[in-house]
Design a protein around this ligand. Structure first.
Ligand SMILES: NC(=O)c1ccc[n+]([C@@H]2O[C@H](COP(=O)([O-])OP(=O)(O)OC[C@H]3O[C@@H](n4cnc5c(N)ncnc54)[C@H](O)[C@@H]3O)[C@@H](O)[C@H]2O)c1
Length: 230
């Protein structure tokens, strides 16, 4: 049975990915700062920015499950603040969570992933490519994560595949979505956590064996839509 580790799986997209992988019959470990409630998954409290906590997490999987077939590096957050008032501490906290955590997780998990010929999926964002104002730390972290993805794919292949999903707007129940929010998308709707979960399951599994170092834009067509004010 495959063993998958999902970071940030206590809520939102990560919770949806964890639920999908449990449904597919995998053994799932959720690592999050908050306790995760997901039937069939093992929840571990872990701050993925802390190297010692990440090492303990991986050691715990080696002890309990004895193997690791994939990591989904999903934990992340955004600070939206004018650059003139963004502190170095705020900048660094976003980079630590959204980018450095993937380095820590893959470094600690590489030997088990090599043994299983495993797969890593990073969750970046279309904000790696385009921006709204006041999102510098988030955009930089996701652009860095995209670059880290292809660097890892080249370094760790052929043993380990590493791919990136860049979601656009995914409904995680934080906002009330209006009809016009759906309608502006070429696909006719805002994304769902299930959209990210099904692509993640594909990238973790054997059917995607020829795909590594790739980015998948999952945004209902928004980054292909040319927008000029009339
Ligand atoms: N929702 C969207 O529209 C969207 C779009 C593009 C990219 N993303 C990315 O998808 C990922 C998930 O987003 P979401 O919308 O589900 O967010 P969310 O806030 O609903 O969930 C994020 C989870 O990560 C956990 N987390 C945060 N920092 C952590 C840390 N240091 N250690 C461990 N766990 C930590 C939180 O506790 C939370 O459970 C993020 O990387 C986000 O940047 C989301």
């Amino acid at each position: 049975m495959s063993v998958f580790l999902i970071t940030g799986g206590a809520a939102g997209i990560g919770a949806g990915i964890a639920a999908r992988l449990v449904q597919d019959g995998a053994t799932v470990i959720i690592a999050d700062k908050e306790p995760a409630v997901c039937a069939g998954a093992r929840s571990v409290i872990c701050d993925v920015t802390d190297e010692d906590e990440v090492q303990s997490l991986i050691d715990g999987i080696a002890g309990a499950e004895g193997r690791l077939d994939g990591i989904v590096c999903n934990a992340g957050f955004m600070i939206r603040k004018p650059v003139e008032t963004l502190s170095l501490g705020e900048w660094s906290s976003v980079l630590a969570t959204n980018l450095t955590s993937t380095f820590l997780l893959v470094k600690a998990g590489a030997s088990m992933l090599r043994a299983s010929h495993g797969s890593v999926v990073t969750i970046a964002s279309t904000r790696a490519h385009m921006s709204e104002p006041d999102t510098e730390s988030y955009a930089a972290s996701k652009g860095g994560l995209l670059a880290l993805t292809h660097a890892l794919a080249v370094s760790l292949g052929p043993d380990i595949r590493v791919n990136c999903i860049s979601p656009g707007w995914i409904d995680t129940q934080h906002y009330r979505i209006r009809p016009e929010d759906h309608a502006q998308h070429p696909a006719g709707r805002v994304g769902r956590v299930e959209d990210v979960a099904s692509l993640t399951a594909y990238l973790l599994g054997p059917d995607s064996g020829f795909i590594t170092g790739a980015e998948f834009i999952l945004d209902g067509g928004m980054t292909r839509k040319m927008i000029y004010a009339e």
